[in-house]
Design a protein around this ligand. Structure first.
Ligand code: COI
Length: 357
């Protein structure tokens, strides 16, 4: 599909943030966005890149009432030689459509998803920050815009992509975070929407997150919704635990997100001499293994969070420190290797990187 590029008037061009250490996460947006319409009787049409601006939407739109919405997250990196790299964008395209299928949204052809991102990022390449730990975060999303209050799949959607120059997801940067295991609220249940990247999952996590923050934790770690005994994920990250050089993570049970970074860690870790295993992780056994020193490190993985070390894990009344509250060697190596591949400092043996023309 042709993508029309609407001219960007000079007075709509924003001032770029020059102090890259101040970027934070998701606070600034570039000059342009991609928008494509879909209607039941027309399919996808009118793909255009237009100046970044608010949408004008009818208050009755389905997205506002019934949360028919999905999104993705990936990043573009500007390499030292000036090339612009994307990391495994086809994985995001596939997961986007799996999420959409779960909540009855039309499939976005992979070619449209990828061409749209390539064209937009290419036009906005001057926005890509280059300081260590920074990148251009790409947020594709789809919303239901049919103005009607009946509960049924919408017959009109917008697929859109916005871009945000970002630094670290957690304000403290690459530092160990403290995590509270949530034993009251649940994020997802078998058969629910837990593995879809849909806004409702994040809305329903806010209360637990806020309560955890008040108690001094950075994030909550969700348990399975049926027995509340097995580790699932931390909203913005999948979780890994190292038993010496053996690294375990929860299996894709249907109620956790199939993370692109999770998959990359599972493939990368064996090349660094570690063994990996996807297996159910019982929270009581995990706490006992941290207490006895069998678990030596814990970290989270995610596009926004990259690899994030865990300093403390707290469950019920017990708080256990990991790796002496420092960044563990495995965590550091995985972070360095992954970001090395993403930024062109290390060889990409996996063929994960593609370039924007
Ligand atoms: C990502 O890592 O890209 C995510 O979508 C997590 C997010 C909620 C910031």
């Amino acid at each position: 599909m042709d993508i029309r590029v609407v001219p960007l008037p000079v007075d709509k061009m924003k001032t770029k943030i020059t102090e890259q250490s101040q970027l934070g996460f998701g606070k600034y947006f570039t000059d342009r966005m991609l928008v494509v319409d879909w209607k039941a009787d027309q399919g996808w049409y009118d793909a255009r890149i237009e100046p970044y601006a608010p949408f004008v939407l009818d208050p009755s739109c389905a997205v506002f009432h019934y949360a028919q919405e999905i999104f993705e997250g990936l990043k573009a990196y500007k390499w030292a030689d000036g090339r612009v790299a994307l990391f495994r964008p086809e994985m995001n395209a596939r997961r986007f459509n799996q999420s959409g299928d779960r909540i009855c949204m039309p499939e976005v052809p992979e070619e449209l998803f990828l061409d749209g991102i390539h064209t937009l990022v290419s036009l906005e390449r001057d926005w890509i920050p280059t300081a260590p730990g920074t990148s251009l975060y790409i947020r594709p999303a789809m919303i239901a815009v049919e103005p009607v209050l009946g509960v049924h799949p919408s017959n009109h959607f917008y697929f859109f992509v916005i871009l945000s120059p970002v630094g670290a997801y957690y304000a403290a940067g690459f530092k160990p975070i403290n995590i509270m295991v949530e034993d009251h609220y649940v994020r997802a249940v078998p058969g629910g929407t837990g593995e879809a990247k849909t806004g409702g999952n994040y809305a329903s996590s806010l209360k637990a997150g806020l309560e955890a923050k008040k108690k001094g934790y950075d994030q909550v770690l969700w348990l399975d919704g049926r027995e509340r005994s097995y580790i699932e994920e931390v909203g913005a990250m999948n979780m890994f635990f190292a038993y010496g050089s053996h690294i375990v993570t929860a299996p894709l049970s249907g109620s956790i997100l199939s993370g692109v970074t999770r998959d990359s860690v599972l493939k990368l870790a064996p090349t660094l001499g570690y063994t990996v295993e996807e297996c159910p992780i019982n929270v009581n056994e995990l706490m006992a293994d941290i207490r006895s020193g069998k678990v030596t490190e814990a970290f989270g993985s995610g596009t926004a969070a990259v690899i994030t070390p865990v300093g403390k894990l707290c469950y019920k009344d017990e708080c256990l420190q990991l790796t002496g509250g420092n960044v563990g060697d495995i965590t550091q190596r995985l972070y360095d290797t992954l970001t090395g591949i993403q930024t062109g400092k290390l060889n990409d043996e996996f063929g994960w990187v593609s370039f924007v023309e």
